[in-house]
Ligand binder design. Structure first.
Ligand SMILES: [Zn+2]
Length: 319
């Protein structure tokens, strides 16, 4: 009889594998959506020689590893980005399985929400509120990684995609995936839905405001640099445009994160992201322009960490 720790590990690895499969699908979404291609109806193929990718080569992470990063048909290199995205999503699902699901929601504000912890109890006595929160956060991370990848490609996130993500966050949020809301202020059934709606709208407002502030600060710096004819600064801005190739991508990412996580989390996430970027700039002075590309990936990682350690910020990180 294996111990509970081993069962937890196996279950977390399995959830991590699901996360890697989700990442594999999102790679396709991020590649095809800006090109207006069908996401579902065409099987994966090599972008260079157009050969369909064999099912056994399509295994997340490992497919790329045993092909040594090359197409089986034409031998052209396949970007490691695909495997990295699969690994990151798998890792996020793995970490949150422990921090959120098996802990009984001990990471959540007002948590834990159940005394039944571990994978076995999650299976025997499923707590749907908790499983809902885990899935909800998985959806947010999926939306954010698609935006991040499209931004890295220098393209725009379609407005319809951002709208779709926002509606999913708002509507599922109103179904009650904010367990701390009922625990604290809003015990009445009819107020629960209204409060979840307010939570999402407040979060969206904060996310949008935070992104607008960043873009405004950047624009002012750009104008100042142009007026002062500071050649080095000017070249830097010309090469990078706005910090995240497209301001709309930044706004979409922060607004969606606000809808899913609430208004205050956003400010923490933005401040930590900026601190990390400034620190990275200190140690990589010549690579400065590349930092602009790092902004959304760093924000994505910060969001994972904040979800995992939400509880210590209780009282600050929601509403
Ligand atoms: Zn090929």
């Amino acid at each position: 009889m294996p111990s509970n720790a081993i069962i937890d590990l196996i279950a977390a690895l399995w959830l991590g594998f699901i996360g890697a499969c989700v990442g594999s699908f999102l790679n396709v979404v991020a590649y095809r959506m800006p090109l207006g291609m069908s996401i579902i109806w065409k099987p994966s193929h090599c972008p260079k020689c157009n050969h369909a990718i064999r099912p056994y080569d399509n295994v997340p992470i490992f497919g790329w590893l045993w092909l040594k990063g090359r197409c089986r048909d034409c031998g052209e290199p396949i970007s490691p980005r695909y495997a990295i995205v699969e690994f990151v999503m798998g890792f996020a699902f793995f970490v949150l399985a422990y921090a959120e699901l098996f802990s009984g929601g001990a990471n959540l504000p007002g948590g834990p929400i159940t005394e039944f912890t571990g994978a076995v109890n999650n299976f025997l006595v499923p707590n749907w509120a908790l499983i809902g929160v885990y899935a909800y956060h998985g959806v947010l991370l999926s939306l954010l990684i698609v935006i991040t990848l499209i931004d890295l490609d220098g393209k725009n996130v379609p407005f319809s995609f951002a709208l779709f993500g926002g509606l999913v966050g708002l509507l599922t949020g109103m179904l009650g995936v904010h367990p701390w809301l009922e625990k604290e202020w809003f015990r009445l059934e009819e107020l629960k839905i209204a409060s979840a709606f307010g939570f999402a709208v407040f979060g969206a407002g904060c996310g949008f405001l935070a992104s607008a502030v960043i873009v405004a600060v950047w624009r002012v710096r750009l104008e100042t640099a142009q007026n002062n004819a500071d050649k080095k600064e000017k070249r830097f801005f010309e090469r990078t445009g706005i910090p995240f190739h497209k301001a709309g991508n930044l706004m979409a990412a922060l607004t969606l994160a606000g809808i899913f996580l609430g208004g205050l989390v956003i400010w923490y996430a933005v401040v930590y992201t900026v601190i990390i970027l400034v620190f990275t700039r200190r140690i990589l002075p010549k690579e400065r322009w590349k930092l602009c590309k790092l902004a959304l990936p760093v924000f994505f990682c910060v969001v994972i960490v904040l979800i995992a350690v939400w509880k210590p910020f209780e009282g600050y990180l929601h509403f």
